[in-house]
Design a protein around this ligand. Sequence first.
Ligand code: DC
Length: 218
Amino acid sequence: MPAQSLPRVIAIDGPAASGKSSVARELARRLNFVYVNSGAMYRAVTWSVLERAIDPADKSAIAKFISGSRLDGKFVDGEFHLLIDDVDLNQHLHEDRVNAEVSRVSTVPEVRKLLVQRMQDYATKHDSVIEGRDIGSVVFPDTPYKFYIDASPAVRAQRRAAQGHRDEIAQRDQADSSRAASPLVVAKDAEVIDSSDLTVSQVVDEIAGRLRAKNLLI
Ligand code: DC
């Protein structure tokens, strides 16, 4: 980060399995920015809720749990990991039960409030690439660097199946797009990239070109 300048945030939003994690990770590596996967943060909370046998439909129990937990972060190879009560849950985040409940848990206002605060705190200290659903629309509405990565439903289903996970992505998209708080939307000033027929590296090249046009040099 140049001395005296504010850290920059590149927001990458999009639906499930659109390829945004691979793109955001590679973009952060090329730029030497930190990589923050906000979906992983919502997944860590969901895993903890399930592990404690809290009913994922019980919003007040989830709110109580999250308000009483200690949330910290650490960087592992340039990637942000959320620690809940000192535990790094990274290895559990793609379990089927987490896929099945994460959309529901992420609607709890207290969960969103605390995680959004964490992201905003970290972004005051580091240049970052942050991916999720509401990063450009709600979490960092003022960043000039916003992208929305899409892909056709068939391609997204194929990508997820190739990862060997059971994940009802159409159902998650429906839940994430129709919820009241911070739904998945294309921020009005986001640049949309359809990744259906592109490799990760081609999408990153495309973003890099658009960032150069905004004087963010890669
Ligand atoms: O990016 P992902 O598929 O790992 O995200 C998992 C879930 O987390 C997603 O279905 C909804 C929630 N999420 C959210 O509500 N807001 C974000 N910024 C990122 C993810």
